[in-house]
Design a protein around this ligand. Structure first.
Ligand SMILES: NC(=O)c1ccc[n+]([C@@H]2O[C@H](COP(=O)([O-])OP(=O)(O)OC[C@H]3O[C@@H](n4cnc5c(N)ncnc54)[C@H](O)[C@@H]3O)[C@@H](O)[C@H]2O)c1
Ligand SMILES: Nc1ncnc2c1ncn2[C@@H]1O[C@H](COP(=O)(O)OP(=O)(O)OP(=O)(O)O)[C@@H](O)[C@H]1O
Length: 464
């Protein structure tokens, strides 16, 4: 129990730390933006002369130098701090030793600005206060989730393409996209080692496609990648998100069914130029806590899920017996096949099949959906995003439970073990076709055939 308490404390601390980090990055961005503006007046931009740009940032005017400049006290007029969030990664420690296989030529990541859009001009600024207390009256001042727009401040240079395996049409499209991005847009391209081998089997022309040699390099991809393109279905987006344990670059999902070769070019052109409407999809951060573990090193690292974590009875023929707590409050005991803790993005996946509601992905919350509960009154819940949930297998449980993460990586939970789950600090930004609401409605209409019913004929009884 001491270890569980510690993890709960750490989850709260992680949330606070993430907020502090965001403030720090915003501040760094302001300083850096100011420097960049000065540099822009001195020399050519990347778009005008990429070769010179590489030399310039590699020299004494490098981004590393800018990142550690002392505070000037002045704020850039063009910083979006007042009506959005600036996301900018500074690659401070990417020397040849720290990142040997990934091109040393790529010296900086594209910066972008996130803006919360609003139809009326009056509401144009994003505010963190969603209620105001003026004159003792509580009024709603802001909506918490608006359409978010991403505008590139420097051109994206590096794309990671992730593809569903064992599909010939995906292979063909991938090869075409890689050469188009290289030849027409001069992009740096990363692919998985498997895909690089497949491309090289086709032609040595693809030698420019880069990859990584080990997991250590793969976990640092977010430092170089501006954009991730997925070729496949929902599973490929889940796969892409799982490759980023921290910040995630914007993901552009291409599902194969509806894509002809001209449309992907048009779509990529508009994404690379921006602005892009995005959906910020929340992830859950899960820790498995082993009974009797004295310190955190005996427990496994956090696992991030974009859809859901499921705790079920696995191969056991007994009902699960799961004690559930939200922060320090007892929620319920799950006796049945199991429990799904789902993000709102995952609400249209397994949770839906178990009777959970479908929720717009930008609604902040955690779905608490039982699987085949042996009770007549166990309705699914939606809990607020700030809670930390603990699912405990009691010591007197008849069997083990099994946790799985986005349908993968099953882990056995023995009596006394627990799973602790809270909202992760790093959401997954996915590019929208239209906007987040029209995309959501399109996915439930087209993907799930939601509320499809033959219209009643006119020819029938009428009200008199
Ligand atoms: N009974 C069920 O519905 C059930 C059972 C197990 C797993 N799943 C889901 O499968 C997911 C893993 O997906 P996979 O592609 O790796 O496995 P998979 O190849 O078995 O595909 C599962 C199906 O779920 C769909 N799916 C996945 N995420 C979705 C989402 N957010 N909204 C709507 N549909 C979604 C996929 O398109 C696919 O058709 C798990 O996260 C879980 O949600 C569902
Ligand atoms: N790059 C990858 N490497 C290994 N496995 C992958 C990769 N991309 C996807 N997968 C796995 O392949 C499986 C199928 O992928 P995906 O869901 O994208 O295709 P699909 O089932 O044809 O599409 P849909 O989700 O529309 O039904 C998933 O289980 C996913 O985890």
């Amino acid at each position: 129990m001491r270890t569980v308490g510690k993890v709960l404390r750490e989850a709260a601390e992680a949330k606070a730390a993430a907020q502090a980090e965001a403030t720090e990055w915003k501040h760094k961005y302001e300083l850096e933006r100011e420097k960049n503006l000065q540099l822009e007046t001195k020399g050519p931009t990347f778009a005008e002369n990429p070769g010179n740009f590489e030399q310039k940032v590699g020299g004494s005017d490098s981004i590393e130098h800018l990142a550690i400049e002392p505070e000037t006290g002045e704020k850039s007029q063009r910083c979006c701090g007042e009506n959005g969030i600036c996301s900018h990664e500074v690659l401070r420690d990417r020397g040849p030793d720290s990142y040997p296989n990934i091109h040393s030529k790529i010296t900086r990541k594209a910066s972008f600005k996130l803006k919360w859009c609003s139809k009326s001009k009056k509401d144009d600024q994003h505010k963190h206060d969603i209620v105001s207390f003026e004159k003792g009256n509580i009024t709603t001042a802001e909506r918490s989730s608006k359409q978010i727009s991403l505008k590139w401040e420097t051109p994206p240079q590096t794309v990671l393409i992730l593809t569903k395996p064992n599909s010939t049409s995906v292979k063909i499209l991938c090869a075409e996209m890689v050469s188009w991005l290289k030849e027409k847009r001069s992009m740096n391209i990363f692919v998985e080692p498997r895909v690089r081998n497949e491309l090289l089997e086709e032609s040595s022309y693809f030698n420019f496609a880069q990859s990584w040699i080990d997991d250590k390099e793969m976990w640092r991809l977010h430092e170089v990648v501006d954009l991730v393109v997925t070729l496949g279905g929902d599973g490929t987006v889940l796969w892409a998100a799982s490759k980023f344990k921290g910040p995630v670059p914007p993901i552009v999902p291409f599902s194969l069914g509806s894509l002809d070769s001209e449309r992907y070019k048009e779509c990529l052109k508009s994404i690379l130029e921006g602005p892009i409407s995005i959906t910020l999809r929340h992830r859950l951060q899960c820790h498995v806590i082993r009974e009797g573990s004295e310190n955190e090193n005996e427990n496994e690292g956090p696992i991030l899920v974009l859809n859901e974590v499921t705790i079920d009875r696995g191969i056991s023929s007994f009902l699960t017996n799961l004690e559930c707590y939200s922060d320090n409050s007892f929620v319920t005991t799950v006796q049945g096949d199991g429990l799904i803790l789902s993000t709102t993005s995952g609400s249209t996946a397994y949770s839906l099949a178990a009777g959970g509601s479908m929720v717009h992905p930008q609604v902040p919350g955690i779905l608490f959906t039982p699987i085949c509960p042996h009770s007549l009154s166990f309705r699914p819940l939606i809990l607020p995003e700030h809670v930390t949930l603990r699912i405990q297998v009691p010591l007197n449980s008849r069997g083990h439970a099994w946790a799985s993460f986005d349908g993968k990586d099953r882990k056995q939970l023995a009596p006394g073990d627990a799973l602790v789950c809270s909202m992760a600090a790093w959401p997954v930004p996915t590019a929208c076709r239209g906007d987040s609401t029209s995309d959501f409605l399109h996915s439930i209409h087209d993907g799930l055939h939601w509320n499809l019913r033959r219209t009643q004929s006119f020819d029938g009884p009428r009200e008199s």
